[in-house]
Design a protein around this ligand. Structure first.
Ligand SMILES: Cc1cc2nc3c(=O)[nH]c(=O)nc-3n(C[C@H](O)[C@H](O)[C@H](O)COP(=O)(O)OP(=O)(O)OC[C@H]3O[C@@H](n4cnc5c(N)ncnc54)[C@H](O)[C@@H]3O)c2cc1C
Length: 551
């Protein structure tokens, strides 16, 4: 959590030196109140590291060769205690850190990881792999129950960098702890890109993306990290798990596929060979207004089913468009963008606009076109929305200070059920939030478009009651998730399962699959030390006696 001499906030988004002053936060709160009509009068200040009163660390004595890479100071324990969901930010903001790890380890190489896993297996210590710590589903919180002698957060922050580039096959071997911006910067030197840009891009890592099957912000075509994987290497308590580098293979169930989405329960991913792309030089973008969100949804379904693959195809409902400064609040807005490393994109854009017009879509302004020789046009709705999108996690810290509940959930559904599903889900969120908080602004957008369906992303803003924020969000989330599951959606499209989504994930996945996954875990992690509580239950180790606990 330290980069270029800067320390990340232990509780919110960004670096400590990016934390706004109370005066700056107050101005943002006033603006938010003006737009939303709610927000607290009183702006609170976040807890400082010196205010924290963490539960004492249990005494764990790593073997001498590991002692130098293990830390238990207040900052490291606090910074590794939670991810970055609204609930995490609220708790961190108030200095309520209930489950800090006892130790934080920074392995230098795979040998260190293997030794840590061996020691933790022997000593019954739960190990929680930690990438960028941007999990929004409780994936990095050491909430593991009483069956363990202690908890160790295993931070991949020293296993970084692009270590091999194969320009012929257009692939690179990248270490798991590499933050996505560093991977891009190093690949740029080769004229290549991983082209994986989740909203959490600033801090998420390659390894974290792999094991959560992260989704980038490109709407169609290759956008999930899964699409880019050639092979993965992980260290497990039972040995190294590495798949063979191949462009495709029909040799049985895929070993790398099993690691993707494994969320740290099967092994610690240390590196992967990932497919790359040439950097795009041609772009053509345009915003399109639609009478309704569902009109826009029909248009994007049609254009994707016709074989068009826009990089950007983000459909915003009226509220979302207005909040992002790209619409009047009455119309849905589609931000459409095509890009290519080789070919001009005006033709694709024109074809897409033709589909949009069929469903009442009206292009806003003129297309913005960029080629290798032209300077990128500045401004425009797409740019405004993108800037807001990247600033949103920073803004959330200020909204928390202003007593505004701000959280999102996302799902996916096939087109045949889309219209009824999206209406039912957004209404359920609105009703639940108003019921719990007294008022709410609920907006939605489509983040990913497939020929057979779409991913729906919903943002909830509501007045929070100080001290009850967690209970308020839990009530809204539970109400929505029940309906979402009942209506046939997925509990998550790209935010992973972690600990938060377990109650619904357990009902979504087939029972026999859970048994198979559990058996796989038993084979690679016989002492069940890896990320207990995430994804799956495996027979926990026997309860420890007071004597073994060393307390
Ligand atoms: C503001 C915000 C926006 C977001 N936007 C997106 C988005 O656009 N798309 C998206 O997909 N997600 C998004 N997320 C969710 C989150 O960023 C992703 O899940 C991301 O992939 C996590 O990466 P990380 O490196 O931060 O992993 P962490 O949060 O550190 O870990 C996530 C999980 O993976 C495990 N893990 C981490 N590294 C390893 C490893 N090397 N080996 C084994 N297990 C490991 C952890 O134990 C944990 O269970 C967002 C989150 C926030 C806060």
């Amino acid at each position: 959590v330290v980069a270029e001499g800067r320390r990340r906030k232990f509780w919110g988004w960004g670096y400590e030196d990016e934390q706004l002053s109370l005066e700056e936060t107050r101005k943002i709160a006033e603006q938010a109140q003006g737009v939303l009509g709610f927000g607290a009068e009183h702006i609170s200040a976040p807890a400082r590291i010196t205010d924290l009163d963490l539960p004492p660390a249990r005494r764990l004595a790593p073997p001498s060769q590991l002692a130098g890479i293990c830390h238990s100071d207040v900052y490291e324990r606090a910074a590794h205690a939670m991810g970055k969901s609204y609930k995490d930010v609220v708790r961190g903001f108030h200095g309520e850190i209930e489950h800090p790890p006892d130790l934080v380890a920074f392995p230098r190489d795979e040998d260190d990881i293997a030794h840590l896993l061996e020691w933790c297996s022997q000593e019954c210590i739960a190990v929680i792999p930690f990438g960028g710590g941007t999990s929004v589903v409780g994936g990095v919180e050491p909430l593991v129950g009483d069956a363990y002698r202690g908890t160790l957060s295993l931070d991949l922050g020293r296993l970084i960098g692009v270590v091999d580039v194969d320009p012929t096959s257009r692939a690179a071997r990248i270490r798991a702890g590499t933050p996505l911006p560093l991977a891009e910067a190093q690949l740029r030197q080769h004229g290549l890109t991983l082209r994986h840009f989740p909203q959490s891009y600033a801090f998420a890592t390659v390894g974290g993306s792999l094991v959560t099957r992260a989704g980038g912000h490109y709407a169609t075509g290759g956008t999930h990290i899964d699409d880019f994987v050639e092979s993965v290497r992980a260290v497990t308590p039972s040995g190294v798990w590495e798949s063979r580098r191949l462009p495709g293979s029909g040799a049985g169930p895929s070993p790398d596929r099993l690691l993707l989405g494994s969320e740290g329960v099967l092994g610690v991913v240390t590196e992967a060979w990932l497919r790359l792309q040439n950097r795009p030089d041609h772009r053509a973008t345009q915003a399109v207004e639609f009478p309704t969100f569902l009109d826009g949804a029909q248009a994007v379904r049609t254009l994707v089913q016709l074989g068009l693959r826009p990089a950007n195809c983000r459909l915003l409902d009226g509220g979302e468009a207005a909040l992002g400064g790209v619409g009047d609040g009455k119309h849905a807005v589609l931000l459409l963008g095509f890009e290519s490393a080789h070919f001009p994109q005006e033709g694709e854009l024109e074809d897409a606009l033709w589909c949009c017009r069929d469903f009442g879509g009206k292009p806003v302004g003129t297309p913005r076109v960029r080629g290798p020789q032209t300077t990128p046009p500045q401004g425009g709705p797409e740019q405004r929305w993108r800037d807001g999108f990247l600033a949103a996690p920073y803004l959330r810290d200020s909204l928390v200070a202003a007593g505004i509940l701000v959280e999102t959930f996302e799902t996916a559904i096939t087109w045949d059920r889309f219209a009824a599903f999206s209406t039912r889900i957004t209404r359920a969120a609105q009703d639940a939030a108003v019921d719990v908080c007294g008022a709410a602004a609920v907006n939605c957008r489509l983040t990913h478009i497939y020929p057979d369906g779409a991913a729906l992303y919903v943002t909830v803003l509501a007045p929070a009651r100080r001290g009850s924020e967690i209970a308020q969000w839990d009530a809204v989330k539970t109400a929505v998730c029940e309906i979402l599951l009942d209506a046939g959606g997925t509990i998550t499209h790209h935010h992973a399962v972690g600990r938060e989504h377990r109650p619904w994930y357990d009902r979504q996945r087939p029972d026999v699959f859970a048994a198979a996954l559990s058996a796989a875990k038993g084979a690679v992690d016989p002492k069940a030390i890896l990320n207990p509580g995430v994804l799956i239950d495996r027979a926990a180790p026997p309860p420890i006696t007071r004597e073994r606990a060393g307390r």
